[in-house]
Design a protein around this ligand. Sequence first.
Ligand code: PLP
Length: 414
Amino acid sequence: MRSEELFAEAQTLMPGGVSSPVRAIKPYPFYTRSASGSHLLTEDGENLVDCCLGYGPLILGHAHPAVREAICSCTEGGWLYGTPAEKELILARMIVADHPSVDMVRFVSSGSEATMAAIRLARGFTNREDIIKIEGGFHGAHDGVLIKAGSGATTMGVPDSAGVIPDVVRHTLQVPYNDTEALSSLLENNDNVAAFILEPVLGNVGPVLPDENYLSEVRKITEEHDVLLILDEVITGYRLGIGGAQVKYGITPDLTTFGKIIGGGLPIGCFSGRRDIMAMTAPAGPVYQAGTFSGNPLSLSAGIACLQQLRDNPGVYSTLAENARAIGESIPSAKSDGFVNLGSMFKLFFRKTPPRDYREAKESDTEAFSVFWNKMIKKGIFLPPSQFETNFLSIAHTEEDVATIAGAYSECLS
Ligand code: PLP
């Protein structure tokens, strides 16, 4: 197999042979030669239905014509200026218009950069040091959030990374998801908390869904304690609908981070929110943040084209949700109790009930997941290779693809 050969050499050139840990599928990952629509073509000649979609950004599927056209025509005019460009305003206007909580945005090059800057901004604005995150919540691979940090780290057995010094994470406190009492009591005993950062739906554990009223309670509690709420919508932004989780659940965060879909599949991130807080960002204010590739025209072009497609076709969200539901319905009833679905995010947990938090998710039978994953890939379905990663659908998945995925679920679980 060509993938096996490539991986053998890759291990001599890159740690673990990969550019990001979760890609190191055992015994060796397949290498992708090209991708189109809902399919990946591997270097071994296999054609796979893709339910990983680059871990979320590709809601339009691979190589969508409108995005490709936007990228190609952008290249005619160069792809890095080191100066402002009007495309920044176009994407900024869209994000501001779609999110009532967002007055201003700053573009960066990844979701990690976005959360890192949002946390720094929250600290700069409040003059406080601590942040609270969710156990198992993932906000990228920077020091301050790398404790009990979601899917990749959990799958690789390194939820707490070596090299992150205690002095840094001393200021990162944790509460379980869906536990408002833990949040309240932590805040009652600590007046040094700048912000609570959370994924509205735990995408890097599952998905794990919020209990009814959890997010509105979180908003109430953070307001009562004058603590900023940073909603990390890197996955959920434009995934759960125009306006993301905050519009769906009717909550108003102080800051929001975006990534993935807003770049149409090219590297991007963005932190955003209330004008008075955002105005603390350099050069308008004293909180420093900068980047060579920030607001690069290529990512902006892809992002604008992608969001335009979604805004022009808002009906796609209900089709995506119906398709994910249909996949869930194909699971034999004896195995379906751990199925979780929200819009086009879905996952079968190998446990008796949908998990409510990280601890419950970790009780899943990961051996059984692994057996299932291997059966699915043999049937031509590529699911993210971790029990703790969300599966996604795109608008490129046809009825036939959905039937193929559903059929594979049914057979592999019977
Ligand atoms: N925040 C969330 C919720 C994510 O899911 C991710 C990545 O998966 C990030 C932040 C980090 O984004 P990036 O991988 O673009 O740095």
